[in-house]
Every structure is written in C-alpha cells, then in structure tokens.
Design a protein around this ligand. Structure first.
Ligand SMILES: Cc1ncc(COP(=O)(O)O)c(C=O)c1O
Length: 959
C-alpha cells in the first residue's frame, strides 16, 4: 500500500492541468535529448537568472478543498442590496445567458476573432452589441466594447482631440460626472498635456476648450438638456462628449439626437453582475466621420469568397494596426464576453422588455421622490431635483439613514457633504421599495397610493420619441427555447478551446479549469458594488491580499496593484509609476523610452500615451536586442532616459542571455526597466522579472494565470513593482487603494475583481511545484513542436542551446517566395484540419508563432504536427508544379459545407482533400461557417451595424 500522503492526491490537479503525462513528458524529453525537465530548463534558461527557491504560495490542494476554502473566504463578503449607483447597478442576468454564455466554455475560451471564418458566432453577437449601443445612444457607429466607463471617457477625450477642429488644450468636464471618471481622465490628461477644467454642465466654456464632457443622467441623478449644450459647445468650435446610461436611453432623448459627437458609458446593467467593479463592457459610439479614428475593435460586415455575408474586425482595429508610437490609445484586450452578454440581454428582452424595465425603474424612482417630498424631506432638506431617471440625491440625517439602511441590508451612497443618493435598478421589488422608503423616512409607505401621485422625472422635451432595437434579431428570440437555440447556434460557429488547441503565440491559451471558473458567478463575488463599505468586502480583501502576496513572490517584486484591467492598461500604469518616480526625484525631464523593434504594438502606444518619446532599438540577426545599438542609444539619451520596455522571454521566443546586462545598462543611465509580462508562462517558478533586474511588469492574468480570453476579453493586467516604485502605484478617488498621490487608471479600484478568483485558484490548485512544472512543460511542448516542424518550416530564432522558450516562430517567407503560398493560406488551411491558426505575422511579418502551452495533451500536439506536415506536403505539390497556388486547397481554404454541396466540383483536388485532409476529420469535423473573408471589401464598404436579415436569407451560391 502507498502511504496516505500519496493517496490524498493533493497534486491531482497538476496532472489534469498539464496535458502530457509524466511518461509522455519523459518520451518528449528523450527525443530532445534531455533526461529531465530540469535538464531542459537548465539548457534553455540562462544560468544567471535561474530561480532556485520555491514559490511561497502554499498548496497544492485538491479541487474540492480549494473551492470549499474559497467559499469560506467569499462568505466574509456581505451581500447587501446596493443602491449606490455611480455607474454600477443591480441586474438580473437572464439564466439562459448566465449558463450558456458566462458559464459556457464554448463562449469564454475563444480568442479574439482574428480568424473571422471560425468566429462568426461571437462576431454576430458583438455586432448586435454595436447595434444596441447605436440604438440606445442614437449615434452612427459604435465599437465592440472598451474596458470601463472611465477609460472610455478618457478614450473619447483623445478621440475628440485627434478628430476635432479645435487647437485648444482644455477639456471641460461637468462637475457631476462620476468621480472615478474624473479621476481617470485627470490621470490620462496629464501626459497628453490637456488641461482639465470643471464646472456646471451648462456652464460657460473656458477659452481653448477642445471638448466638453457632460454626463446625463449625472452622478446625482439630474438629466441635462443636451441640445442647447451641444449648440454652445459646437459654436465654440469644440466637440461634445456625453457619458450616459443605456437603460435611460429607452426613455430619454438619446445624445445622438441632441448633437453629441461621442457617447460613452457602461453596459453593465444589461445583465452583467457588478462583481466588485468588473468585468463589464464599456462602450464608445461616435458620429460617422470619426469611425476611422475610433479606439478599440469595431466589427464590420463584409463578404466571403463565395459572396456570402461575413463579419470580421474592421481594418483599423485589427491588432497589428495599433499605431505604435503615433497612437493615442493602447486598447487591445477589451470586454468581448461581457459585451456579448449585454447584447444577448437586449436580444432576450427586446425593445418592449427593455422599455418595461426602464419604465419600472423610473416609476419606482418617481414613487420614491414623492415619498421623500411627502415625508418632509422637501423643500428644505431635499435638494430641488427637477429631473431624474433612476437616481435621487437629497440631504438627510446620514447617521440615522445609514444605521437604518444597514440594519435592513441596504447600501445607499453617502457623500462627504452630507448628501445621500439612491439609484434604483431592475432588481428592485415592491418590498425593496417599501424598505428603501422606510429607511429614509422612517415611515411605512402606502405604495398603491404613492403610485397614483408618483412624480415624473423626464420633462416632455427630454423624452425619447424614436424607436430602438428595431432590427429583427431583437424580436426573434424571446422564448427560452428560441434564445437557447440562438446562443447555441452562434456558439457552434465558433472555434474555442472546447474544439482543440489554439496555438496562438504570445496569447497562452492554456486550460481554464472548470473549478477555477465556478466562483466567478457566486453571489458573494458577483453582487458586490465596487464602492460597498469596507466591512462588507472582507472576503474580497482577504483574497486580494493573498493573491497580491503570491504574485509578488512569483514575480520577485515588492508590491502589486490590481487596478489595471488589461495588459495594455498595466503597461500604462507601470509607465505611470516610472514617470512619477522620476518626478519625485526631480527628474521629470526623463522622457525617452527605448523599445526593441520586436515589441508588441501596445508597448510604444502606452509609452506615447505617457508623453514619452519612443526610440526603437534594433534586434540582431539572432533576434536578440542589438547590444551595440542599445549601448549607443542609452549613452546618447542618458540624461533623458526614462525607461526601457522589454518582453522576456523575447517576443522572438528565446531567453536572451544578456538580459541582466541589459537591465544594468539601463539603470546605469538612470532609466527604469519595464518588463512586459505577457510571456510569464515561461518564467513562473524558473526565474522572475525581479530576479532578472527589472523594476516593474504587468501580468496578463488572462494568459499565464488561467483567466479565459472570453473571445477578446475580459482580462486583468495587475502590475508588480520593486519597492522604490511602490509609493507611486495608482490610487483611487472613491476607494483609496494606496497612500500614493498617483491618480486612477481604471474605473474600479481593483479592476475586474470578480475574475480574480480564477487566478487565485490557479495558484492554489497547482501550488509551487505544479506552477514550476507548468512552466517547464510549456517550454518542453514548444521545443517538441519546434523539433518536429523545423525540417519542414525553418524555426526563425533559437537560444544558445538551440532551444526555444515557450513559443516558436516558423518562417514562412522562403516558402512564400518559392510558391506564392502565404502564412495566411496556411492559417486558413489549418481550419480544414480542425485547428485555430497560430499568431500570424507578429512579431515578424511572414511568420507563424506557435505557443502550445503546458495544457495540451501530447496527442493534440501530435495532431497539430501532423496537420502542419500535411500542409507542408500540399505546399510541396505547388513547389513541384503539380498545382498552382491559386488552384491549391491552401488558397481556397477554409472549405465550407457550401463548397461541398455544389453539384459540380471543378477543383484541382478532391472534395475529400478539401474537407477531410486527414483521417481525424472523418471522426470529428469542425466546419467553418463561411469561406475566406474579404477584408479589403469590408474596409472599403464600412458597415458596422446589423445587416438586414434578408442578407443572410437571400444568399445564393456565387457559382
Ligand atoms: C507581448 C504582449 N504585450 C502586451 C499585450 C497587451 O495585453 P492586453 O491585450 O491584455 O492589453 C499583449 C497581448 O496580446 C502581448 O502579447
């Protein structure tokens, strides 16, 4: 018998998270010529930076234990009825959406829809999202989500500056925008050199105003008449940005009908839990003439190779088009999953349902208004609020109200000046309303009587008279069966990790384990308002403190900020701390940021947003930083050097030997080292940014730490810093997160807090040994794939021992030159073989970057190798002159059922070759739902609203 310690199987999860079994790992290692994982690690990772001490995270524990322990932590949060408002409302996630989108790996494990042919489902739902936003705001175009309302407002500020006519530098911000929005805007404006001035929404604009930001309903609940405001703003040569609420848009005249140029807000109350601040989808809509400058991803309508309507990301918003150092936005990962949920909520309720919810919320707010007046809160104590949608603000006895409210499990917003605000939402029942009235007035309400005399808060000229959500999709799926089938139908079009490997280099598409996902929808995490009192969020505090400590240990840093809600936001926050650090030392002039040519587009974009001048460092023949160039540039810019941004292992997929030397060099010249943590999956447990010598990094928790990618978000990009930078970490105006004077970078103090349990459980389940093994197997799998493919496709860069890190780049350029077959042809043909393509043309044009991750079983790695070798044989046929590139299955890929259903088949290869290139497809076949999408057509004929249903129905084969 084995000892009990072994039978308890606390490391069971490690064996499930890591794909190859120990025996398979041994076989893979032996093919590569190594006896153990440690031997491979030592041959791959430079000795000088190898970590020898274990991570201090506790664990591993079993899945059952981890869930039980976290439940106990979660239960330390108190689930109150929160009527705090400030952009966060209670909402009911329709269960059909909860189970079939939020809790469904078919939706949450997909990647950003780069490969449009295998992403038509979520592209359609994201197009619905854009349509919802356009309809509710009355604007011409909308994007497919931003990170949160505050950053959306900041994005609108730069869009207005870039696209508007004014040469001024003043952004006028109404004094009743949400405080967190103002906080984020101030942070962003500082390094763009904009001057923020605040005043009443209808106040006079200061000279030099390039845009005004008005929020309606305002943070205290008042509605603003936008039409005269727009006239004044435009007369001053400025742009009008409006922050608004989608539900209010059902009843109030939408900003687009009042002359707004840009409209932003949050779609959270469309069915997405508050989650202590996120994740939720923010939106940005604008008038047509700004569409080509919009930040974020925009889904557009195009056609496929057979002329069928097909969707894809519109050109300027595909990631490779991030404008690097000329950028005013660095947005990359956004909030696709939550945008999909919000769109589905609108599909589920339809225009009638949305109107009913809006009217109910408004009527109840009117009843509350009248009850307040009747109880003597008016006219002296009750602020004369003439207009409202769902929020009322009044003076009252804060201590008394708070005591009564807390006794009933209710949260209101208590402001420093003694005012109290209450925001109602769709979850409010008559019993809740009676409780709220009693809490404030101390009296029992006669609701029936109140209804007959309820105040109305929307004056006639501010009321909406136009229709919305008129597209048939918003009226077609109101039965649960109908909705279930619609969601399933969309899901079936998309390739996700439920189908097979997604070997996207730089994206780390590892297992998102079910256990890790379960707590996300617990009410103890989901229904907490981000500004709930501290004594109600002790569970979150405990989890955050522990997770921060683990991440600090894993990264070798001293402090962590959880505020940034994407990798790019982390870059921004990290560079902000660097800026503040230099300023505090009297070195504010340091503004040069060195960035290797191979960097991800967000790196130079973030530096540009911090007002830094980007200087590009060359890479040498081997793909490493060109040390001579780096030395020369550091020397040249020594007096003004602010930072170097590097990615490690490099985006070329190798552990550079001289990385310590690089860090020392930058420090000698007074600069700080920012290490992009996107590749942490090759570092955890075997080295760390802190050990290597860097000062600050972001971590893409949606890569290394198991948060699923959601089809384009959510993500989390916390930053770790060395002690000397800790005093400059972001803070938060509403709920302080540090003692620093640095402003906020996100709307919520802890970013998208409700998905942090995923990373928390990932670390606890694997424990120190499991995490190290995960890194080692990620490196093993990448080397295994490189080893098997290198004779067919040259591996572009390797480290000194001939090894790659956790990803490898295959060079397709020689084959392209010889045959005309492109990396895109290979990417599309992989779909026929049942795969998602690797990353295309990043960081080197004409290449494919493969990152298998530790989670793929060996059988799946072998299936991928077989597919790639099969494709290589097909390329050989072109090379040998047996087929032209144009006639080849590679160029016609992907093949659809439409292709095969034709009466005649005149291709130079068989139907079987087209659809069943290997035997595996006979057992299981994933069918792309459209043929190759014509990007150029879509970009020339830009449409980002839902096409008429007829367009799908009328399709005829273009034979
Ligand atoms: C190397 C690198 N840096 C930064 C980012 C940006 O991260 P995010 O998409 O979370 O903003 C990415 C994203 O793919 C990346 O690969």
């Amino acid at each position: 018998m084995r000892p009990l310690s072994e039978l308890l199987q606390t490391d069971d999860f490690t064996r499930r998270h890591i794909g190859p079994t120990p025996e398979e790992q041994a076989a893979m290692l032996s093919e590569l010529g190594y006896a153990t994982l440690n031997a491979l690690t030592e041959a791959t990772v430079p000795a000088a930076i190898l970590r020898h001490d274990p991570i201090q995270s506790g664990g591993p524990v079993t899945e059952a234990q981890a869930i039980a322990d976290l439940k106990r932590v979660a239960q330390k949060n108190k689930v109150f009825r929160s009527y705090i408002g400030m952009g966060y409302s209670g909402t009911h996630t329709p269960p059909v959406i909860l189970r079939n989108i939020l809790e469904n790996p078919g939706w949450y494990t997909a990647y950003t829809p780069y490969q449009a042919e295998i992403a038509q489902g979520r592209l359609e739902m994201l197009l619905n999202f854009q349509q919802v936003v356009m309809d509710m705001t009355g604007m011409d175009v909308a994007n497919a989500s931003l990170l949160d309302e505050a950053t959306a407002a900041a994005e609108a500020m730069t869009l207005a500056k870039r696209s508007g006519r004014s040469k001024g530098d003043v952004l006028y911000v109404a004094d009743d925008v949400h405080p967190q929005t103002l906080d984020v805007i101030r942070t962003r404006a500082e390094y763009f050199g904009y001057n923020i001035q605040t005043g009443p929404a209808d106040g006079a604009l200061p000279d030099g105003t390039f845009a005004a930001l008005i929020q309606t309903p305002g943070t205290h609940g008042d509605l603003h008449d936008l039409t005269p405001i727009a006239e004044r703003v435009h007369a001053a040569g400025a742009e009008l940005i409006v922050a608004t609420d989608l539900l209010a848009g059902a009843l109030i005249k939408p900003p687009g009908e009042c002359g707004a140029d840009i409209v932003v807000g949050s779609a959270q109350r469309f069915g997405v839990p508050m989650g202590f601040g996120g994740p939720h989808a923010a939106f940005l809509a604008c008038k047509d003439e700004y569409k080509r400058s919009m930040p974020g991803r925009v889904i557009g309508v195009s056609r496929d190779a057979r002329g069928k309507t097909a969707l894809r990301m519109a050109m300027q918003t595909r990631e490779q088009h991030i404008r690097r150092e000329k950028a005013t936005s660095n947005i990359c990962t956004a909030q696709a999953l939550l945008a999909n949920m919000a769109a589905a909520y609108a599909v589920w309720h339809g225009p009638e349902g949305i109107r009913t919810i809006a009217e109910r919320v408004h009527l109840m707010t009117g009843m509350l208004y009248t009850a307040l007046h009747q109880s003597g809160h008016s006219p002296d104590g009750f602020r004369t609020q003439e207009t409202f949608f769902d929020t009322l603000t009044f003076a009252g006895d804060v201590d008394l109200v708070r005591a009564r409210a807390e006794a009933k499990g209710i949260n209101c917003r208590y402001q420093n000046d003694g005012r109290i605000s209450i925001s109602l939402d769709e979850t409010v029942t008559l019993a809740d309303l009676a409780d709220i009235i009693e809490v404030i007035t101390g009296e029992q309400a006669d609701l029936a009587a109140l209804e007959t005399v309820a105040a109305h808060g929307i004056p006639a000229d501010l009321q909406r008279t136009t229709s919305y959500l008129t597209h048939p999709v918003f009226s077609a799926h109101h039965s649960e069966h109908g909705m279930l089938r619609y969601l399933k139908g969309l899901e079936n079009k998309d390739y996700s990790l439920t189908h097979g490997m997604i070997p996207l280099g730089s994206c780390t598409m590892k297992l998102n384990a079910t256990t890790e996902m379960i707590p996300v929808t617990w009410p103890e995490f989901g229904t907490i308002h981000p500004f709930a009192p501290l004594d109600q969020t002790e569970g979150y505090a405990e989890m955050l403190t522990e997770l921060e400590a683990w991440l600090a240990d894993i990264t070798g840093y001293d402090a962590v900020s959880m505020q940034p809600n994407s990798g790019a936001q982390g870059e921004y926050a990290g560079l902000l701390t660097i800026r503040k650090y230099h300023e505090a030392r009297g070195e504010a002039h340091r503004n040069i940021c060195l960035i290797p040519a191979s960097a991800h587009g967000t790196n130079p974009a973030s530096a540009a947003m911090m007002g830094m001048t980007v200087v590009v460092v060359k890479t040498d023949q081997g793909g490493n930083i060109d040390m001579a160039d780096l030395k020369a540039l550091a020397e040249k810019h020594s007096a003004n050097l602010a930072a170097l941004m590097i990615t490690y292992p490099s985006t070329h997929g190798v552990f550079e030997e001289n990385v310590r030397e690089v860090c020392d060099l930058i420090h000698r010249h007074g600069g700080q080292v920012y290490m992009d943590g996107a590749n942490m999956n090759a570092q955890v447990g075997v080295t760390s940014p802190g050990m290597i010598g860097s000062d600050v990094s972001h971590l893409n928790l949606h890569k290394t730490f198991a948060i699923p990618h959601g089809g384009g978000g959510p993500g989390m990009g916390p930053i770790g810093v060395k002690a000397h930078l800790a005093p400059y970490l972001p803070n938060h105006a509403v709920r302080p997160t540090s003692g620093s004077r640095t402003g906020a970078v996100s709307a919520a103090p802890y970013g998208s807090a409700s998905i942090l349990p995923i990373s928390y459980l990932y670390i606890r389940l694997l424990g120190p040994a499991g995490m190290k093994a995960a890194t080692q197997v990620a490196i093993l799998s990448a080397n295994y794939v490189a080893h098997h493919l290198q004779h067919a496709y040259p591996v572009l860069y390797t480290g000194p021992g001939g090894r790659v890190a956790h990803e490898c780049i295959l060079d397709i350029r020689p084959l392209k030159q010889a045959t005309g077959i492109t990396e895109e042809d290979i990417a599309k043909r992989l779909m026929d073989y049942g795969f998602h393509a690797p990353t295309m043309s990043f960081p080197v044009p004409g290449t494919l970057m493969i990152e298998p991750t530790e989670s793929e079983p060996k059988a799946e790695l072998d299936r991928f190798v077989t597919a790639m070798l099969g494709i290589r044989r097909e390329i050989q046929e072109v090379q040998d002159g047996l087929l032209t590139a144009t006639d080849s299955p590679l160029r016609h890929a992907p093949h659809t059922q439409d292709d095969l259903m034709t009466d005649t088949w005149d291709r130079a290869y068989s139907r079987e070759t087209a659809a069943y290139p290997t035997r595996t497809q006979k057992q299981w076949k994933y069918w792309p739902s459209v043929n190759r999408v014509d990007n150029v057509f879509g970009d020339r004929n830009f449409v980002c609203s839902c096409p008429p249903t007829q367009e799908y129905a009328d399709f005829e084969f273009a034979e």
